[in-house]
Design a protein around this ligand. Sequence first.
Ligand code: SF4
Length: 205
Amino acid sequence: MDTDGVFINIHSIIPSSGVNGPGSRMVVFFQGCSHNCPDCFNPDTHPFKDARLYLPEEIFKEHLQEDIKGITVSGGEPFHQAAGLFYLLKIAKEVYGLTTVVYTGFEYDKLTAIPQCRPGLGYIDVLIDGRFEKSKKEPTLLARGSTNQRFYFFTNRYKEGDFYMPAKAEIIIGRDGTITETGFSRVALTEPNENCKMQSVKRKA
Ligand code: SF4
């Protein structure tokens, strides 16, 4: 697929996760976020610096596993790289037949007012919008960190009940000893802190 030579600046990728949306999903964290939510779990994703630059199709070629049902895109702020997000979602749907879940710190009505964000919205099954607001934190929410964050089901592929997941958090130990903690609740591997809507911490064992 021609993607106009657009690169995406990626913080990290989890090839398979069971706690970032329905079923087994590849999770892609974009680099760069301007929202500055207090107690964000992913401060490493905030700087607008080059992390790893991928062509959209490279992400699938390098990381897609056979049992994956969909991709979840988080960050960072995916819509800061609206063109790259568009191609990533288009390839996910049209080439690989994957479902798509996207987290954004923007509110949906604000996204619709930004012309360059609209094409990507057309390839999303489920959008979860809004900044993580510490004062509205609610640990019992499905797949969200604070009560202001909302689900938008743009297709009939999923409903809210599909976001009941087998656990709130997951720890993945890579072949190189890297420990990745992901999900919606802190576990004991890291210092006490509170959750935001989507989390990914990596460290060497
Ligand atoms: S919670 Fe999400 S939107 Fe808010 S600062 Fe963190 S990465 Fe950005």
